[in-house]
Each structure stands twice: as structure tokens, then as C-alpha cells.
Design a protein around this ligand. Structure first.
Ligand SMILES: [Mg+2]
Length: 156
């Protein structure tokens, strides 16, 4: 199971009135609620995170593991989409990725990006959309677990 994960508006809520706290590694802190919620999904499914965030190539994959581990999300491996060299919006970036991908891995997408409302049905049904100012919540984690359970029951 793969978890296509955005960070801004998911792990780091986007408050226009308050800058997020920056930790000693130079990256913003994740919200406590988002950490708890993501851990709930990971511990119940052993899903692997694939970063979709625009920051995905700012750090090496090892550095990303360290960033997550320092924020109490214990992971040993992490993946990411290729560099978004054509500056596609998130929707087109994901569509291009899944069209090119031969992966048979099942997946869900967690993102706050509004462009994803226009995803084709087969991708949109795998989307957990956060509110950018709130981020990932316990309620949405349960929704994600529900989706994952249903996906794992399907054969294709
Ligand atoms: Mg975002």
C-alpha cells in the first residue's frame, strides 16, 4: 500500500496568520494532530509514504526519513514523485505519474490541493482531501483506513 502524501496543508497546516515553527533541521514542525493521524494510518496498514509535496526534491530520501523520524513518524523508507520540471499543477502531475506507472501497488492520496477535485473518478475515489488550514485529522485518518480496507478487498 502506497500513501501519496503532500506536506503543506496536510502535515503543516497553512495558517496565513501564523508562521509554522521551524525545527533545527530547517524544516517546519508537523502539527501534533497530523502526526497522530498519520501514525494511525501507518501503524494500521504499514503503508509506504511517497512524497508528492513541492518540497520532495529539496532533500535526499535519507534526509526525508530523518525529517519524519525527528517528528515522531517512524519510517525506514520513503519514495517520491519525479521532479515536476514542467510545473504541472498537482492534478496533472498525479495523472501523468499514474498514466506512466506500471506499479500494481494499491494506493491512496492525501492532499489539500484544490486542483484534485478535477481528478478522474478512478483517482478521485482514492483521495483524502484535507482542509489546508487544518491539515490531517483523526477523522480523515479513519476515512483513509476505511478506503485502504476497501481497496485491499478488491482484486484488481
Ligand atoms: Mg498542499
Amino acid at each position: 500500500m502506497l500513501l501519496y502524501l503532500d506536506i503543506d496543508g496536510v502535515m503543516v497546516p497553512a495558517n496565513s496568520w501564523r508562521k509554522p515553527e521551524i525545527l533545527e533541521d530547517g524544516f517546519p514542525a508537523f502539527s501534533t494532530m497530523a502526526i497522530k493521524s498519520l501514525n494511525k494510518i501507518i501503524s494500521n496498514t504499514s503503508a509506504t509514504i511517497v512524497l508528492t509535496t513541492s518540497h520532495k526534491h529539496t532533500y535526499s530520501l535519507n534526509e526525508w526519513c530523518t525529517i519524519f523520524n525527528r517528528r515522531d513518524i517512524s519510517i525506514q523508507e520513503i519514495g517520491r514523485l519525479p521532479k515536476n520540471t514542467n510545473h504541472l499543477n498537482r492534478k496533472d502531475e498525479l495523472i501523468r505519474w499514474f498514466n506512466a506507472s506500471r506499479s500494481k501497488d494499491k494506493f491512496i492520496i492525501i492532499d489539500d490541493d484544490k486542483s484534485l477535485n478535477a481528478l478522474p473518478k478512478n483517482l478521485k475515489e482514492k483521495l483524502i482531501q484535507t482542509s489546508g488550514s487544518v491539515g490531517l485529522t483523526d477523522y480523515l485518518a479513519d476515512e483513509a483506513l476505511d478506503k485502504i480496507q476497501k481497496l485491499e478487498l478488491t482484486t484488481n
